[in-house]
Ligand binder design. Structure first.
Ligand SMILES: CC(C)(COP(=O)(O)OP(=O)(O)OC[C@H]1O[C@@H](n2cnc3c(N)ncnc32)[C@H](O)[C@@H]1OP(=O)(O)O)[C@@H](O)C(=O)NCCC(=O)NCCS
Length: 204
């Protein structure tokens, strides 16, 4: 089987039938790795699929891989999460293809948002680095309670709580779009632009 035989696309309603398989694949992989993961409910993944925030990989009709994106703190931050490639399709660069699409989707949809990742997976760290993410302390990630609530289902959450959310097993990595611009726009100009955009939105 070749990578070219697998379709990788932004998921839509027609892919809702795969939700249970996706959750099972994530669960099985966590068992094998013996690591913690943020557990997700079927309704949560279904919502991501309907909101065009998920990417699915299929080989003919077979589920091959998945990942989704989510915004935090009034769209100031974005994460790509839940990356999974079914064991039958690993080692083909499929995770990279899925990651490239979730990253492009996030950059296109929220171009000013910082993209971050909280991961213990070596493959994810490799791919993040290739895309321009840098390792950061947890203080540089979002303060959004809803994001950190996702860690509650992880077996390591006691460490996160014990350290007052400063450290845990996972590594925080951040892609800051500003760092990838050739010049820096001063904060007062950004504030002025935000006000102009806001006024324009109100006045039409
Ligand atoms: C991690 C996972 C998504 C990788 O899927 P894959 O399709 O086999 O990965 P790819 O072939 O696209 O590899 C992407 C990159 O990661 C590297 N990589 C893959 N598996 C790796 C591993 N176990 N350790 C270190 N690097 C790894 C590859 O070498 C490649 O880098 P390169 O482009 O420099 O060669 C897959 O093994 C999986 O689903 N694992 C279980 C769930 C999981 O761990 N998800 C990550 C959540 S943190």
């Amino acid at each position: 089987m070749k990578l070219e035989d697998i379709t990788v696309e932004v998921a839509s309603e027609k892919h809702l039938a795969y939700v249970d398989q996706i959750l099972k694949a994530i669960e099985d992989a966590a068992q094998v790795r013996g690591t913690g993961i943020a557990r997700r409910k079927p309704e949560y993944l279904a919502q991501k699929i309907c909101e065009a925030k998920a990417v699915i990989a299929l080989y003919k009709d077979r589920f091959a891989g998945f990942s989704y994106i989510e915004t935090w703190e009034h769209k100031r931050y974005v994460t790509t999460s839940g990356l999974i490639v079914h064991p039958d399709f690993r080692g083909l660069s499929l995770a990279k293809k899925i990651k490239d699409l979730t990253f492009s989707l996030a950059r296109t949809r929220w171009p000013n948002a910082k993209i971050f990742s909280l991961t213990s997976g070596a493959a994810v760290m490799v791919m993040n680095t290739q895309l321009g993410y840098k390792p950061v302390t947890f203080a540089e990630l979002t303060n959004d309670e809803a994001f950190w609530k996702g860690c509650e289902g992880c077996i390591n959450v006691d460490i996160l709580k014990r350290t007052d959310r400063k450290y845990c097993i996972c590594t925080g990595m951040l892609f800051d779009p500003e760092e990838h611009l050739p010049a820096k726009i001063p904060q007062e100009v950004l504030d002025r632009i935000a006000k102009l955009d806001h006024d324009e939105e109100i006045n039409g």
